[in-house]
Write a protein that binds this ligand. Structure first.
Ligand SMILES: Cc1ncc(C[n+]2csc(CCOP(=O)(O)OP(=O)(O)O)c2C)c(N)n1
Ligand SMILES: [Mg+2]
Length: 693
């Protein structure tokens, strides 16, 4: 439906002011959008690489958003109550950078340096709040799902703190055909509609063109009806008409119950011309290549620029943005005053909120946590989560419809789930949507002020991996809880039994982030008490995502006297180990207790045995060489056991040692039968190790 003129006026006093304010005239707005188009096309031309077409089509929307709507403090970019803009199609980076140049976050020289070594104008935008970039984007679909998460975080913080800034905050996001087609949009759309996220406004750059074809070659869906069915407020406009964009944004801001989707019919490559000066609009070729030579020159002339000197900001556009900067000063003065009033009457909450946004490690009474001996580590995790729910006020926990199985219900039992209109709880029921859940949790973390964890079965980490990778790249400290860690899922069979997953996810421990640190921390604790330590490390890890891998089945406690505080080293010697060992046995998770059982048998043959628990090889490799040598000296005889692929332990055992692991998919049978059939018992440890002598 096309929105009816002025219908948004009724009763929305906040926006009356906005409406009554003299709007910028169409001429300057179009000039500013053309300015963005010129800059975007020129950046790509100069880099000889990039995506001009989409950026040129979306220029009108981004210009209206930044020159009239987005509320933020240019002097204080990380102000917690700012409106946020999440870009989904990262390939439209030139559009975002050009806009950010108009508001002074990038220089013209930096625009000229698109995609070059060391330049902040990277090929796809990378998280940089100081520069106005709220998310790294590139993998289509994820960006708008982060926005859904951020909108949830804003609702949660509004409910938890009562700070009025969170009530007023708007999360804007920009999606393109590719993002709408990506499956994650199903989950993000369902959740935003279901939870009634009226603080979320999504602009859909519907230009009917994608990378290799027109959209009608792959879809005939009625996108408006789809989002309406999910409970969204859907508006359809001409996405290149500044007045229609403005009206739609005003209507969207006034919406009290639903998220809004603004379907903007945009012209791909708006204003682009070919070498012969005929139209180059609506052409797939402009998606991902410079316009090139005379086509580029004709385009710049057509848009009112000078091909010899295209990297300029027009005077009237400078004025437009100077006016906006002035408006923002007034807007921010009012917002700060409001926040100040709240802070004065809520000093405790205000102090807490500062800590939350600073990412301060919360105080948890870890010593008070008592674990039941021999418990499954997923149950031990539930015990910790119960404490966290009580002691960490800004924590949100999620599950993809498995809370009673992945034991995030330990958290849920102490709170309640978010529902439409009520965000006083702290649990996010994501439904069966692992990638969506992961993206939403990342979005919450990007919003800031919250600590986020989410759970599902380890085998389904495969559905989340693209988001885990982005969390690692962005250094976002989401805690991923993965239970049912091995074939001991048993009767559910090979579809549910992880084998290669641990090796896969541990690759992220080897991959360094741009701060030079491990991009992820992965912990698979050996028993209930080690689980407490693993959770402590996860909560204290505020600079990268953490994966916590837990067992479904009960695990025998490690020998008495075990010093669990050594978990922090990533690998350590389990109590009861012998001095000057003949062989070192290494494992993580429940296989450690299997090694302990095997060690008993080996000792009867007079062998001296050391058992090493290695919950995180990545963490172990960050310890001093001396420490590493003291635990697993090079040249020693080493045996590893893993319920994953043997390669999982290769880094610790080395090629001269021996690894017993799973060589195939699992099987369907009770787990104790599988343990026997597959050789995961003390006797087999004994047999395997004996062959090494
Ligand atoms: C998950 C993912 N798959 C594939 C790509 C490669 N890719 C980049 S843009 C694009 C489609 C572009 O279509 P659209 O989103 O409509 O952007 P437009 O062409 O309109 O600029 C594809 C397939 C990607 N970036 N992410
Ligand atoms: Mg498109």
């Amino acid at each position: 439906m096309i929105i009816e003129k002025n219908h948004y006026l009724c009763g929305y006093f906040d926006y009356q002011q906005l409406i009554l304010r003299k709007m910028n005239d169409r001429k300057v707005m179009n000039h500013a959008a053309d300015n963005i188009r010129i800059l975007a096309a020129s950046m790509v031309e100069k880099a000889n690489s990039g995506h001009p077409g989409g950026a040129m089509g979306g220029a009108d929307f981004i210009n209206v958003l930044y020159s009239e709507f987005l509320e933020y403090d240019p002097e204080n970019p990380s102000w917690e109550g700012r409106d946020r803009f999440f870009l989904d199609p990262g390939h439209m980076a030139p559009m975002l950078y050009s806009e950010l140049a108009l508001i002074g976050k990038f220089t013209i020289d930096e625009l000229k340096d698109l995609r070059q070594w060391g330049s902040p104008t990277t090929g796809h935008p990378e998280l940089n709040v100081a520069r106005g970039i709220e998310n790294t984007s590139g993998p289509l679909g994820q960006g708008h799902a982060y926005a859904v998460g951020a909108a949830i975080a804003a609702k949660f913080l509004a409910a938890r703190t009562g700070n009025p800034v969170f009530e007023k905050e708007t999360i804007y996001t920009y999606i393109s055909d590719g993002g709408v087609e990506e499956e994650v949009s199903q989950g993000a759309g369902r959740i935003a509609g279901f939870l009634g996220l009226n603080n979320l406004i999504m602009f859909y750059d519907s230009n009917d063109i994608q990378l290799s074809t027109e959209c009608n070659a792959v879809t005939a869906e009625n996108t408006a009806m789809k989002y309406e069915a999910w409970g969204w407020n859907v508006l359809e406009i001409n996405g290149n008409d500044c007045e229609q964009i403005r009206e739609a944004l005003i209507a969207a801001k006034a919406e009290k119950k639903r998220p809004t989707l603004i379907i903007g019919k945009c012209i791909m490559g708006k204003g682009a011309r070919k070498e012969d000066n005929s139209s180059y609009e609506r052409n797939c070729k402009t998606h991902g290549a410079p316009l090139g030579g005379d086509a580029y020159k004709n385009t710049i002339v057509n848009l009112g620029g000078n091909p010899e000197n295209p990297f300029i900001i027009f005077d009237d556009v400078k004025e437009l943005y100077a006016k906006r900067a002035h408006e923002l000063k007034n807007i921010m003065a009012a917002r700060y005053a409001e926040e100040e009033t709240w802070a004065k009457s809520n000093p405790d909450k205000a102090a807490k909120m500062k800590d939350w946004f600073a990412g301060k490690t919360p105080t948890v009474d870890w010593k008070s946590i008592e674990q039941k001996e021999g418990n499954a580590t997923r149950n031990a995790s539930a015990t910790v989560l119960g404490i966290l729910a009580e002691q960490v006020e800004n924590m949100i926990c999620a599950s993809a419809d498995l809370s009673n199985s992945d034991k995030t219900d330990g958290f849920l039992k102490k709170t309640h789930a978010f529902v439409n209109g009520d965000f006083s709880g702290a649990f996010f029921q994501a439904g069966v949507a692992e990638l969506t859940m992961a993206c939403c949790c990342i979005g919450m973390a990007l919003h800031g002020g919250v600590i986020v964890a989410c759970g599902t079965f380890f085998v389904f980490s495969d559905y989340m991996k693209p988001a885990v990778r982005m969390a690692a790249l962005m250094e976002v400290p989401v805690k991923f809880i993965w239970t049912h860690d091995a074939f001991r899922v048993g009767e559910d069979g090979p579809t549910h039994e992880p084998v290669e997953q641990e090796a896969q996810i541990r690759l992220m421990e080897r991959l360094k982030n741009h701060s030079g640190k491990n991009s992820m921390l992965v912990l698979r604790p050996a028993d209930a008490d080690e689980t407490t330590e693993a959770w402590k490390l996860a909560i204290e890890n505020t600079s990268s995502p953490t994966g916590l891998i837990f067992s479904r089945q009960n695990i025998a406690k490690l020998p008495s006297g075990n010093d669990y505080s050594q978990t922090v080293k990533g690998a350590y010697i389990v109590a009861g180990s012998d001095e000057k060992p003949d062989v070192i046995l290494v494992a993580s998770g429940s296989e450690v207790s299997t090694l302990v059982a095997g060690a008993e048998l080996l000792r009867k043959d007079g062998l001296k045995i050391r058992v090493v628990s290695a919950p995180s090889e990545g963490l172990f490799r960050t310890q001093s060489k001396e420490y590493q040598e003291s635990i697993i000296p090079s040249g020693s005889k080493i045996f590893g056991m893993t319920a994953g692929l043997p390669v999982t332990l290769l880094g610790l055992v080395g090629t001269n040692g021996k690894i017993f692991g799973m060589e195939s998919f699992g099987f369907s049978a009770p787990y104790k039968v599988l343990d026997e059939k597959l050789g995961f018992n003390g006797e087999n440890v004994y047999n395997q190790v004996k062959t090494m002598f």
